[in-house]
Design a protein around this ligand. Structure first.
Ligand code: MG
Length: 383
């Protein structure tokens, strides 16, 4: 353990690989806390409140949005990081930034934009998140973007296609795209955020799904993991019903998963330490990826995810809404490429017309996209 309480293979902020443009060290906060603060103050972060997670924003005020999802991921990730003595601030920074590049209308919007960009380099939301923090945020006099540390940028770039990785590497040979060409894992903190992301959405999508009425409680109880915690709660509180019963069931399920993730990861890291001596942060990049949950819970969580896919993400009502979202994005793309003067001047044609249209659309909230769509096409798709 190092002097400030971090485990040996945590990403030590005092050993950060730094920012692309050198800056004086922060006062009274670590480099990764500064990253977190810049992310919270960014425009892209504020927009997450009006971006779809599963439910289109105007369908109700009580469902998760990209913002509340990101906060839940940060909360789970920080709890696990603290227990494992990893760098909690780095986990928080990555978690809060992990969805900054998401288009309006969730995955449907992103798929539509990817199709529109098929012969212009494609569109990937992880890469777009990096583009937001590296280039698109326009707040600081001395640089474009937020000039974040290497460790935060590496965590944001969770996936990257080989073509895009090679393109990024050409401009930054030692940058966050390196592992997509040369192999290896990102920091443990980045891996922890990915695992927390999966736990967060699996639990909150059941909650939103049942409260929206798209999933019935009976359907949800076909999932053994949910049924187990439901019975557990009923055993202790036989008269509990309705939302409190659902909340307590999901709360216990999520807690059990987080504790399992912490215990299983601690065991894995202790075994690796035994085998490799005292590894430092960089050595963990050569280990196999963290699995998160133990084998039994991993299998059960996979059943839960398959259930959500079938019962919620493929629910006719969700599909109907998301196909409207897809149409909005596709028609906006056609409208702006035909008439770039309809975009704000700072977007027009930088670096290419198609990329600037993709950047502009990707940054939109659901409701702004709908307003623009109505303005440009005269059609009103949602009431
Ligand atoms: Mg996410």
């Amino acid at each position: 353990m190092s002097t400030d309480g971090l485990a040996r293979w945590a990403s030590d902020p005092s050993r950060s690989r730094g920012r692309r443009i050198a800056e004086p060290p922060p006062r009274g906060r670590s480099e990764h806390q500064r990253d977190r603060d810049r992310i919270v103050h960014s425009t892209a972060f504020r927009r997450l409140v009006y971006k779809t997670q599963v439910f289109i924003n105007h369908e109700g005020d009580l469902f998760r949005t990209r913002l509340t999802h990101s906060l839940e991921v940060a909360q789970l990730g920080r709890s696990a990081a603290r227990a494992l003595r990893l760098n909690e601030d780095l986990v928080e920074a990555i978690a809060l930034a992990h969805d900054l590049g998401h288009t309006p209308f969730g995955h449907a919007g992103q798929d539509a934009l990817h199709d529109c960009m098929a012969s212009h380099g494609g569109f990937e939301h992880n890469l777009q998140s990096l583009r937001v923090v590296d280039q698109l945020e326009a707040r600081y006099p001395a640089f474009d973007g937020l000039n974040l540390t290497h460790e935060t940028r590496e965590g944001i770039l969770k996936h990257c296609s080989p073509v895009n990785a090679h393109a990024l590497l050409a401009g930054e040979p030692d940058g966050p795209a390196r592992r997509f060409v040369h192999g290896g894992q990102p920091s443990l903190e980045a891996q922890l955020v990915n695992l927390s992301d999966e736990l967060a959405y699996s639990a909150h999508d059941v909650d939103d799904g049942v409260r929206s009425g798209l999933i019935t409680l009976e359907q949800a109880l076909e999932v053994p993991l949910i049924a187990h915690w439901y019975d557990d709660v009923r055993g202790e509180f036989p008269s509990l019903s309705g939302r409190r019963l659902l909340y307590e069931t999901l709360r216990r399920m999520l807690s059990a998963q987080v504790h399992d993730l912490i215990d299983h990861t601690a065991t894995t890291l202790a075994a690796a330490e035994k085998m490799h001596g005292s590894p430092v942060a960089d050595a963990v990049r050569q280990l196999p990826p963290l699995q998160g949950l133990s084998e039994n819970l991993r299998a059960q969580s996979a059943v839960l995810k398959r259930f959500l896919f079938k019962a919620l993400y493929r629910h006719p009502r969700v599909v109907q809404m998301t196909s409207l979202g897809r149409r909005v994005v596709t028609e906006l793309f056609a409208a702006y490429t035909a008439a770039p003067q309809e975009m704000p001047a700072e977007f027009a044609g930088t670096p290419t017309l198609h990329r600037s249209v993709a950047d502009y659309i990707a940054g939109m909230t659901d409701r702004f996209a709908l307003r623009e769509h109505e303005r440009l096409t005269g059609q009103r798709l949602f009431d």
